[in-house]
Design a protein around this ligand. Sequence first.
Ligand code: NAP
Length: 338
Amino acid sequence: MEIDEQQHATEQTVRALVQRSHRGPKDLTLTADRRRPAPGAGEYLIRVGAAGINFADVMQTHGTYGGGPQAPYVAGFEAAGEIVGVGPDVESPLQLGTHVVGIGPGAFAQYMTMPAAGVLPVPSGWSDAEALGLVLNWATALAALKPLGEIKTGEVVLVHAAAGGVGQAAVRLARHYGARVIATASPAKHSTVKALGADEALDSTRPDLAKEITRLTGGVDLTLESVRQATFEASLSVTKPFVGRIVVFGAASGDATLTTHDLVFTHQVQIKGLHIGALALQQPSLYQSLLVEIEALIAHGVYPPGTPQVHPLAEGPAVLQQLEAGQTRGKHALDPWR
Ligand SMILES: NC(=O)c1ccc[n+]([C@@H]2O[C@H](COP(=O)([O-])OP(=O)(O)OC[C@H]3O[C@@H](n4cnc5c(N)ncnc54)[C@H](OP(=O)(O)O)[C@@H]3O)[C@@H](O)[C@H]2O)c1
């Protein structure tokens, strides 16, 4: 792709969404005077085409995301866009003009930097927005189901928040691997999860959730837990003792506790924790194998181009508030040039 170097050279200040407090997304404000970042060692400078919105963004605005940025900071961390600069010490750099998807600080802006080692080319024929979710939602869902969850054909898999960004990927993948999928989501989103292939869609807030799942399944082999406070007790009760696995990768409704006493005397299940960024850092070969598998899933049409709802940058604070309130479904994104 041709790059207009002159245009890029004049774009020294950028539009960005800056979080100025730990009081949540309401304090996220649009500014037009942020300095364009410069790529450091091992980094690319990216002209952001689309930035992905994630639940972690909401947690960061409250300062509750482990190791997250301290206010004030340019919000967002997932994006896809064009490489327009390369910092020093990037091994075998991709060509300028290549479109990539990855994570890095300050994605809700026209330009950001990304560690070069973590980016993937946008799949051929896909737009930047369509590639969002690849290294985050899909990698998280795949890690939860396969290496950690050890999913097997014919097993029962319970997916909470199944209409969300990670949840939708998990439902598709679990069906692809031959599982029977029990999904929980708000009732208004049930048609979405059913359309993705979920066998049952249940309201996660119904008081008899555990009883109903046990009635339907006789016991769950693998539970993907991301809601935590509200659903964790049900997850513990319905997952099969000893052979059942619960992969915990989120806590959208707040923290819950589990004691060693609980594990010994009440819920003898296998509990596994997952943070995809930590996995990429601490088990790079395992992470690479996830990306290889995702490429194969794309090639076989199991993973289609994403269909995020793309909003102008200025709508970011409102969309984050909707995500926080559980009012969104699927993936949402921001276009920093609109
Ligand atoms: N560990 C990792 O590496 C990793 C990576 C990516 C995401 N995550 C986690 O995975 C989860 C899903 O992330 P996402 O970005 O794909 O978000 P999302 O699923 O699009 O949004 C969160 C959904 O959780 C449900 N929910 C239930 N109780 C909620 C509450 N009290 N407040 C807000 N939402 C509630 C809502 O769906 P219903 O209305 O249908 O219940 C809501 O739409 C989050 O917990 C996130 O932190 C973890």
